[in-house]
Design a binder for this molecule. Sequence first.
Ligand code: SAM
Length: 179
Amino acid sequence: MTTRRTLPPEASVAEGGEGAKLHAPSAARNAGPITEALCRIAPATGTALELASGTGQHVVALARALPGLDWQPSEIDPLRRASIDAHAAEAGLANLRAATELDATAPGWSARHGGRDLIVLVNLLHLITTPEARILIGEAAQALAPCGRLVLYGPFLRDGQPISEGDARFHASLRSQDP
Ligand SMILES: C[S@@+](CC[C@H](N)C(=O)[O-])C[C@H]1O[C@@H](n2cnc3c(N)ncnc32)[C@H](O)[C@@H]1O
């Protein structure tokens, strides 16, 4: 049983598209830079797990750019899993698996997803509680193969401070909805 978190609407914008495909404007904007960064730091071969894959836009770009990795997308939300599979079907990539259900904040998931050479998480840590984040990172550590890498992308405070006015507004908005 999963405990799906209700995210503030502006924190997880995904618009309906063709069929089951959802489209997140933010994913369209940051897929390029994230893919470029991962091409520099990801292992060339092995197995990769993406947590909280959202619409599937990122994992399609990553699987295309890093063909030596076998990519497993995952999501807690069934509508988003359907979107991931729809984007994947359109892309037709042999190294991209069907989306699997995974609550990244639930203790124990690493037992089912072990031996990963790469784990990627984009834009979830800022939306969950500190205890949930600790579980997520602890499970990811358990799921990594020796020398495997966990890559986190998202807005981070530096010395407790946001680094842009946009991040400051977003932070205040998230806090106002759930302190
Ligand atoms: C802000 S969106 C980011 C989606 C995608 N990574 C991106 O950057 O476009 C957060 C995603 O986390 C998913 N999510 C929320 N709680 C989750 C959990 N406990 N485990 C896994 N995914 C979760 C939501 O369904 C949503 O797709």
